[in-house]
Each structure stands twice: as structure tokens, then as C-alpha cells.
Write a protein that binds this ligand. Structure first.
Ligand code: NBP
Length: 476
């Protein structure tokens, strides 16, 4: 029997993806650079379905039905190129290579183009949900040609997470679109986590609550509009007690956040596209700052405010205000992330259905949340929505939250609790809605020192003032 699909690269992700396929009744060919892993997989999980173990690349390719579907799940970067180089010569026009690793979308664009010249479909597929998702249903973001999706879509949709019976998988767009959307997913994940961490810090610093009490606050929030995987795991982490010391787990963990780089990629790309993703950028910077041990040590004695905790009156309703600030800031972070996807779609010629992106993030992935239904509805109502903030639901939600949001940011500033996520989201909101920005002054400064010219509010054309002369205005 020929296998319907093959997976090469059998570390945690590939192995679980192969098992997921087998469990759904698809005969799956399995291959790994080191054969021991392939053998171990079949010995341990062979009973779960039909696995075809292949020791060599030739055996692997020969075991696949045509057109061949080959999924690569190896370490992103040079290993992916090495595997493509190994397999591409063994394939024929019409065959498909899926890269399920965390590739940079520019690499995916390059690989897609090179393989297209050989008639091979290259599908960069973002896969989210980690080990657990790979096994029980991830969120899948496949790019590549529409034609390839016709052959791959049914299989991928079959193994993807389901929400209300809908698979968390749909064709995103050509070449690197899938990996781009996965990258922004990860960036939004950074922003979400940072905002949750700020809420925790304020509950702690402002109200003096302990980890277990804060866990309960998050538990109640999770029953409402903030219902999400990340808030859910936050309640679990905060409620956890360290076995060795008997202290709250969060109090014995070093406060230095690490990162693997997808958040940084999102921000770098946003800078190239000129899209402010301040929520994601602040989250990436906050992790960097937390990890700057020497700098933090040197600055540890710097003076802070004299107010340490809120008075009784101020404390009343503060937790609820934080919930509102968190929700409003989260809306801003998502609005920015979707704007980045929109900008990339224009830049790279991708036809991306933003509502479908929101829908497929509802399950399987790390940012899965009830709130994504609202985003889907917003783009369904208006696919050309300039920003989520002008959608009726979100506009009302932010309008309702803004007094509390401002109170929280002001209080945080007064207490000296750093809230770069909450504060920058509010600044973005205020800048976006401003009738007039001080950018006119910046234009004046630029014209003064560099004759960069400016435009007037009352006339067409570009102008320059003779700043070092008699200050008359000349038309450029
Ligand atoms: P790793 O990223 O740890 O990669 C290990 C696999 O790559 C092994 O199968 C290894 O083969 C193979 N490999 C390497 Br390394 N160099 C190779 C080469 N030159 N030629 C052939 N094979 C090579 O595995 P993972 O954690 O399962 O992740 C796989 C992909 O999925 C990555 O791109 C990752 O970023 C992405 N991803 C991971 C997660 C997660 O939660 N872990 C979530 C979402 C996406 P060997 O056995 O012979 O050493």
C-alpha cells in the first residue's frame, strides 16, 4: 500500500503530526535523518494506524502515492534547505513539499520560487499549538498555490483543530503568506502575554494581592469576554506552588523572559512595512529588558515614586478597571497585527481573507480565544475594514473601557509599575483618533534643517521656507 502523505523529521512535532495523520486513517510514510527515531515511532505507536517506515530518502519517496505529498518537520533554517536539496531531485512535477517548520516567510518565498521552476509545489505551512496541538489538532496556516491546497487541504483540515465543527485550517495565500500569518500569530502571542503580565503586576503592586489571589481574579476574567487559552494557563501557573520551597511558583522563577525570535521577526517586518505594531514591539523589548541582567543590576537603586500602594478608595474597583484596560489593549494589539497582515498582503500580492485568519486562530493555537469570533464577524461585515477599532463592536468595547483604561495607566505611572503594553496601546489609540497630530511641527523641523519640504492644509503642492534667508515660502 502506498502512503497518502509522508512526514520527514520525527522530533516532537513531526512525530505527533504523523501520529495525528495515522489516527485519522491516513497511511503515512515516516522518515528521519537518524533512522532510530523512525523505528522507535513505529514500534511505539504502530498500532495507532498505518505507518510506512522508510530508511532512505529514495524509499520514502517511492512509498508515496502520486502526486506526492511530503511534509518536512525539521529545524528551521539550514536543515530545511538541506532536506529540500535531498528530496527535490527525487520528485516529479506536480508533487508537493510542505514545510511545517517555523520558517521565515522570506525563506519560504525563495524556496517556493526555486521549486516552482521545477514544477514542484512548495507549501510553507505555519503550524501552531506545539507538541500537544500537533497530536490532537493544531491550527494550520498553509500558503502556496491554490492548486496545491486542493490536494492538501482535505488532509490538513482533517487533522486540524475544530471549532464549532469548522477546521482551524484554510488556504492563506500564495508563497510565504502562511508563514507570514504564523509569524504575526506569534507576535500577537507576545503582546497578549505581556498584557496579561502587566495586569498581574498591577494586581500585585497596586492591590498587594498574592499569586493565589490573582489566580482567582484571572479565573473570573476567563469566564467573561477575556476567555482564552492564555488566561486559562495564567490561572494555572499562578495557582501552582513550588514543591521545594512551598512558595508560589511565580515567586521562585527568575524574572528574565526568553525568546526564540519570531516576535522579533514580526517587529522587524513591521518596520520594513511601516506598520506600527507597538503592542508586539513593546512586548519584545520588555522581554529583552527583563533579560538585561547587568543593566538591571546597575539601575536597581534608582529612585521611584513615594506612593507604594493604593489607598482604600482608589483600590475600589481597580481590579475591574484592569480587566477593562487589558481588554482594550488587547483589541489594539490585534488591530495592529491585522493591519500588518493587510500591509503584507498588499506588498506581496497575497489575497488574504482576514476573517478566515481570525476564524482559524480560534482553536489549536496559543492565542485561541472567544474574542476571535468578534474579529471574524468584523471582517465578514467589512473585508476592507481599515482597523478593527472602527468596527462597531470594538469601537463600543473600547469606548466603554476607555475611562478605566486611562485610570489604570495613570495609576500605573503614579505607582511606578511599568506598563509598556497598556500605555503604548492607549497612546496608539489616542494618536489614531486625534484630529491633529504634532507631526506638523516635525515637518517644520525637517524642512528647517534639511529642506525636506512640507505640504499645506490649504493648498496643493509641496513647499519650502527659506529658514536661513528671509523666511519666505517657495513652492518646490
Ligand atoms: P527540532 O526543531 O528540534 O528539529 C529536530 C529535527 O530536525 C530532527 O528530526 C532532526 O533529525 C532534524 N534535522 C536537523 Br536538526 N538537521 C537536519 C538536517 N541537516 N537534515 C535532516 N534532518 C535534520 O524539532 P521540533 O521541535 O519537532 O520542531 C520541528 C519544526 O517545527 C521546527 O521548525 C520548529 O520551529 C517548528 N515548530 C515547533 C513547535 C514546538 O512546540 N516545538 C511548534 C511549532 C512549530 P535527527 O533526529 O536526525 O537529528
Amino acid at each position: 500500500e502506498k502512503a497518502r502523505i509522508g512526514v520527514t523529521g520525527l522530533a516532537v512535532m513531526g512525530r505527533n503530526l504523523a501520529r495525528n495523520l495515522a489516527r485519522h486513517g491516513h497511511a503515512v510514510a515516516v522518515h528521519n535523518r537518524t533512522f532510530a527515531k523512525t523505528k522507535a515511532l513505529v514500534e511505539e505507536f504502530g498500532h495507532e494506524g498505518t505507518f510506512v517506515a522508510a530508511e532512505t530518502a529514495e524509499e520514502f519517496v517511492a512509498s508515496l502515492e502520486r502526486p506526492r505529498r511530503l511534509v518536512i518537520m525539521v529545524k528551521a533554517g539550514a536543515p530545511t534547505d538541506a532536506v529540500i536539496e535531498e528530496f527535490a531531485p527525487l520528485l516529479e512535477p506536480g508533487d508537493m513539499i510542505v514545510d511545517g517548520g517555523n520558517a521565515h516567510f522570506e525563506d519560504t518565498r525563495r524556496r517556493e520560487q526555486a521549486l516552482r521552476e521545477k514544477g514542484i509545489h512548495f507549501v510553507g505551512a505555519g503550524i501552531s499549538g506545539g507538541e500537544e496541538g500537533a497530536l490532537n489538532g493544531p491550527s494550520i496556516m498553509p500558503g502556496g498555490s491554490k492548486e496545491s491546497y486542493e490536494a492538501l487541504g482535505p488532509l490538513l483540515e482533517d487533522i486540524a483543530a475544530k471549532v464549532d465543527g469548522e477546521p482551524c485550517c484554510s488556504h492563506i495565500g500564495a508563497d510565504g503568506a502562511g508563514h507570514f500569518v504564523k509569524m504575526v500569530h506569534n507576535g500577537i502571542e507576545y503582546a497578549d502575554m505581556q498584557l496579561i503580565a502587566e495586569a498581574y503586576d498591577l494586581l500585585r503592586g497596586g492591590l498587594g494581592l498574592g499569586a493565589a489571589e490573582i489566580s482567582e481574579v484571572f479565573r473570573t476574567w476567563n469566564a467573561g469576554r477575556l476567555d482564552s487559552y492564555l488566561i486559562e494557563i495564567t490561572t494555572e501557573v499562578l495557582a501552582h506552588t513550588d514543591a521545594a520551597t512551598g512558595k508560589a511558583f511565580v515567586d521562585v522563577v527568575q524574572d528574565r523572559a526568553e525568546q526564540k525570535g519570531t516576535g522579533r521577526w514580526t517587529v522587524q517586518t513591521a518596520l520594513e512595512l511601516g506598520v506600527p505594531v507597538t503592542g508586539i514591539a513593546e512586548a519584545v523589548f520588555a522581554r529583552s529588558l527583563s533579560g538585561s541582567a547587568g543593566l538591571r543590576e546597575a539601575a536597581a537603586g534608582l529612585p521611584g515614586p513615594t506612593v507604594a500602594k493604593l489607598g482604600e478608595e482608589e483600590a475600589a474597583g481597580f481590579a475591574d478597571a484592569i480587566e477593562q484596560a487589558l481588554y482594550a489593549s488587547k483589541i489594539v494589539a490585534y488591530a495592529q497585527g491585522f493591519n500588518q497582515i493587510q500591509a503584507a498582503a498588499t506588498e506581496y500580492g497575497w489575497d488574504i481573507d482576514l476573517g478566515a485568519v481570525a476564524a482559524l486562530w480560534r482553536g489549536g493555537c496559543i492565542i485561541r480565544a472567544r474574542f476571535l469570533n468578534r474579529i471574524r464577524d468584523a471582517f465578514a461585515a467589512n473585508p476592507q475594514l481599515p482597523t478593527l477599532l472602527t468596527d462597531e463592536y470594538f469601537r463600543e468595547a473600547v469606548a466603554g473601557a476607555q475611562d478605566a483604561w486611562r485610570r489604570v495607566v495613570a495609576t500605573a505611572v503614579r505607582l511606578g509599575v511599568p506598563t509598556p503594553g497598556f500605555s503604548s496601546a492607549l497612546a496608539y489609540y489616542d494618536a489614531l483618533r486625534a484630529e491633529r497630530l504634532p507631526a506638523s511641527l516635525i515637518q517644520g523641523q525637517r524642512d528647517y534643517f534639511g529642506a525636506h519640504t512640507y505640504r499645506r492644509t490649504d493648498r496643493e503642492g509641496s513647499f519650502h521656507t527659506l529658514w536661513s534667508g528671509d523666511r519666505t515660502e517657495v513652492e518646490d
